[in-house]
Design a protein around this ligand. Structure first.
Ligand code: ADP
Ligand code: MG
Length: 413
C-alpha cells in the first residue's frame, strides 16, 4: 500500500470550516489510493480553549513551579482532543477514521520531559487500521517512555512526529500543511514580498530551521534527511505545489549548479549578547565558563573566543539565570539586550568568495550596525539590534534579489 503522512498545524485545524478543508485534503489523498495517516497539532493558538499554551497555563496558574512531567501530561491533551475532533469530522462524512494518541501510534521516547527525543517507532496499530481501510489521525508532539511516562517533543514537535511516522511506515511522502504557501525566502510576517521557494535541499532547510525559520521543526528535517523521506510544505487552502524538500539536485536529471548564491533568509529574535572577561590571573578558565553554562543548561550561540574575552549570545528568557551564574563566578561581563540574528543561507555559497562583502555592503547601505557574525559553509549569521531586524531582512532580500523568480533553471556542467 502506498502511504502518505499529512501533518496539519494548529492554525489549520482551529475552526470547523478549516477542519472541513483538512477533510477535503484527506479525501483527495484517498482518491489517489493512498493509505492516509494524519498528524495533528492542538487546535488554535494561545487563548483558544484547547491550545497548548492554554492547557499549560491552566496548570501553571495553580502551581507556577509545576513539574515538567505534569506539564507534559496536560499539554499532550491538546493534540489528543484535536485528533478525536478530526477523526469525528471524517466519520461525520462517512469516512472511516480512528484517532490515536502518540503512544497508541507507537512513538517511544526517552524521558526528557518537554523536549523528549523519539527512540523508536512501532506503528503496528496504525498499519492494522490502514489495512482495514481507515484513516488514522495521530496526535502529534507526544510519545511515551519505556517507564510509561507521557512526554512531549518540544515546540513544533508535531512536524517531527509526522516525519518519524513517514520513515517508520515507509511513506511515499510527508506533507506538512501550514498557514503559509511553503518555505518562503524570508518570514512573510516580517517581509511581505517574500516569495515561495519551490525546491530546497535538506541541508538548506535544516540551516533555515535552526537559524530561526519556524516553518518546520529542525529535528524533523534532520530525520527526513537520515531516512530520505521527501517533504512537501504547503497551505491546505491553496492549490500550489508548495515547497519540495529532498536530496540535493535530485529533482533535476544530471548535475546542476545553482545560479543563486543565497536561497533564503532566516531570523531569530529575543536574544542578548554577553561579553565575558576572564580574570587575568587565570583563576577561572574558559573551560570553567563554558562548562558551567552547559551544566546550567544555558544554550549559547554566536560564540567567538578571544584570549581575553569570550562573546556569545543566549535567549533573553535565560538572561537572569545566566547573570546569576556569572556573578557567582565573579567574572566581569557586559550585556547587550534586545538583539536579533539574521542569517543568509544557500548551498551554492560554498567556496564562493565575496559573499560576506556583499552582505556587509547591503547592511552598511542601510546603516545597520553588525554586532557580531558567525558562519557555516552554507550560511552567514549577523547579530544586530532588534530594531534593525526588519530593515536588515529587506536590505538582504533586495540585495540578493530573492524576490525575483529565477528564470534560467540551472547551469549544467
Ligand atoms: P504550524 O502551526 O502549522 O506548525 P508554525 O507557526 O509553526 O505553523 O509555522 C508557520 C509559520 O512559520 C508561518 O506563519 C511564518 O510566519 C513562519 N515562518 C518563519 N520563517 C518562514 C519562512 N522562511 N517561510 C515560511 N514561513 C516562515
Ligand atoms: Mg510548527
Amino acid at each position: 500500500m502506498k502511504i502518505v503522512v499529512q501533518k496539519f498545524g494548529g492554525t489549520s485545524v482551529a475552526t470547523p470550516q478549516l477542519r472541513e478543508m483538512v477533510a477535503d485534503r484527506i479525501e483527495e489523498a484517498r482518491e489517489e489510493d493512498y493509505g492516509v495517516v494524519v498528524v495533528v497539532s492542538a487546535m488554535g493558538r494561545t487563548g483558544d480553549p484547547y491550545a497548548t499554551d492554554t492547557l499549560k497555563n491552566l496548570a501553571l496558574k495553580v502551581c507556577p513551579d509545576s513539574t515538567l512531567r505534569e506539564l507534559d501530561l496536560i499539554m499532550s491533551c491538546g493534540e489528543i482532543i484535536s485528533s478525536v475532533v478530526m477523526a469525528n469530522t471524517l466519520q461525520a462524512r462517512g469516512i472511516p477514521a480512528r484517532a490515536m494518541t502518540g503512544f497508541q501510534a507507537g512513538m517511544l521516547t526517552d524521558e526528557e520531559f518537554s523536549q523528549a527525543e523519539v527512540s523508536s517507532c512501532k506503528p503496528d496499530k496504525i498499519l492494522e487500521a490502514l489495512q482495514g481501510g481507515e484513516v488514522v489521525i495521530a496526535a502529534g508532539f507526544q510519545g511515551i517512555s519505556e517507564n510509561k511516562e507521557i512526554t512531549t517533543l518540544g515546540r513544533g514537535g508535531s512536524d517531527t512526529s509526522a516525519v518519524i511516522l513517514g520513515a517508520a511506515l515507509n511513506a511515499e511522502k510527508v506533507e506538512i500543511f501550514t498557514d503559509v504557501s511553503g518555505v518562503m525566502t524570508a518570514d512573510p510576517k516580517l517581509l511581505e514580498e517574500a516569495r515561495i521557494i519551490d525546491h530546497l535541499t535538506y541541508s538548506e532547510v535544516c540551516h533555515m530551521a535552526y537559524e530561526g525559520a519556524k516553518v518546520i521543526h529542525p529535528p524533523a528535517v534532520e530525520i527526513a534527511m537520515q531516512h530520505n523521506v521527501s517533504l512537501v510544505i504547503k497551505n491546505p487552502a491553496e492549490s500550489g505545489r508548495g515547497t519540495l524538500i529532498n536530496n540535493e539536485y535530485s529533482e533535476q536529471k544530471g548535475f546542476h549548479k545553482r545560479k543563486r548564491i543565497i536561497t533564503g533568509i532566516a531570523h531569530a529574535d529575543d536574544l542578548v549578547q554577553l561579553k565575558v572577561k576572564l580574570p587575568p590571573d587565570g583563576s577561572i578558565s574558559e573551560l570553567d565558563l563554558f562548562q558551567q553554562l552547559a551544566d546550567a543548561k544555558i544554550s549559547i550561540d554566536m560564540i567567538t573566543v578571544f584570549p581575553e574575552v569570550k562573546v556569545f549570545s543566549i535567549l533573553q528568557p535565560l538572561l537572569a539565570k545566566g547573570e546569576k551564574l556569572l556573578k557567582e563566578m565573579k567574572v566581569d561581563y557586559e550585556v547587550i539586550k534586545g538583539c536579533a540574528k539574521v542569517s543568509v543561507i544557500g548551498v551554492a555559497m560554498r567556496n564562493i568568495p565575496g559573499v560576506m562583502a556583499q552582505v556587509v555592503k547591503a547592511l552598511n547601505q542601510q546603516e545597520i550596525k553588525i554586532l557580531q557574525t558567525g558562519d557555516s559553509n552554507i550560511s552567514i549569521s549577523l547579530l544586530m539590534e532588534e530594531k534593525d531586524l526588519k530593515r536588515a531582512i529587506k536590505a538582504l532580500h533586495d540585495h540578493f534579489e530573492l524576490g525575483k523568480v529565477q528564470e534560467i533553471p540551472a547551469e549544467t556542467f
